[in-house]
Design a protein. Structure first.
Lengths: 142, 142, 142
């Protein structure tokens, strides 16, 4: 598989809850991180998802927010992964940030250039990648 | 809290409906706007969400579409906020648009440069920010 | 209607399933493609959606991923539309890719510049547009 989604996490389904239309899938990665995905119940059946099944979680860089100070607030976003800024690349309007997690994984975020300035984002700074569960795609190997 | 999401609206939960996996939350802001968020039922419980609770609604600029002519169509997107273009910044591929709402709030949208040309977006033009409910994150203060 | 969403597909609702909060809508386009959208049940009622109703499906370019090799994997993303890269425009950080589908439709994707290099994206290459159902907006004409 070759896909433009900058973020790809291999793991195993550790929890699965289903509704009539939506389903929530929790993936535990090899690096010790957890990711929650909201997908359609149709995909759960098509992909044969179940607890224990190995999967890959994909997230587009533009769906990742970066938080440098999470004090005083709790977010509905199910995925908040804290690490250290490893790289920052800036364009005239957009910027790409790479956050290295303690378990070894790296997360790519596309944010605005203005946000990188306001948040003081630079290499070595502590930062949290914030990802809504609805932005996570699940892939299974054939 | 310091987060890269360009859009942050303080308000109070004015309606809340829950399903087995998903929940829909309506936030009434101080400026008189309403925003609808779709989040997981898990987050409703973790954050202790209920009608009347003060919250902040966060939206990434890349999740905001801009509509300059909404005549003849109704959209499934739950959030359509109309105001006036206050600023336009263009890069070679991307562009950032700031829309000022009547109640005083400002909305940042990241769209393609081509779209700004086709839509005739410039300062002073009337424009509507279109946001899917699934793109809205809810935050609560500790 | 003039909206910044780069992707607009006219079609007819071919399937509709509803839950207490979410609903899944399948649209069959004139070009023979199918798109699945996850929207709120509130929008189904507001828009009067039903099987057979003509609608337009809107997708922001930043919500489209590009896959150049889908071998060995199945994705939860409900929309995987395969065609040929018609155009590639690159900025310093972002890039825009246009994929032409066999039925005549074109899909715009905003991805990172790095991804276009890694995936070998250039004009004439086969590519699949991958879109989560939660990224699709439904519009109906008045």
């Amino acid at each position: 598989m070759k896909i433009s989604a900058r973020n790809s996490f291999e793991g195993t389904i550790s929890a699965l809850s289903s509704g009539p239309v939506s389903a929530e899938v929790e993936i535990s990665t090899a690096g010790g991180d957890k990711l929650v995905a909201t997908i359609t119940q149709g995909s759960v059946q098509t992909l044969g998802l179940a607890v224990g099944k190995p999967v890959v979680a994909l997230v587009k860089a533009s769906n990742v927010m970066v938080m440098t100070d999470g004090s005083g607030v709790k977010l509905s976003a199910r995925n908040c992964l804290t690490g250290t800024v490893k790289k920052l690349a800036q364009g005239p309007v957009s910027a790409e940030v790479i956050i290295a997690l303690p378990g070894g994984a790296e997360i790519f975020a596309s944010i605005t250039r203005d946000a990188t300035t306001e948040l003081g984002i630079k290499e070595g700074v502590a930062a949290t990648a914030v990802i809504k569960a609805s932005s996570v795609i699940i892939g299974v190997k054939n």
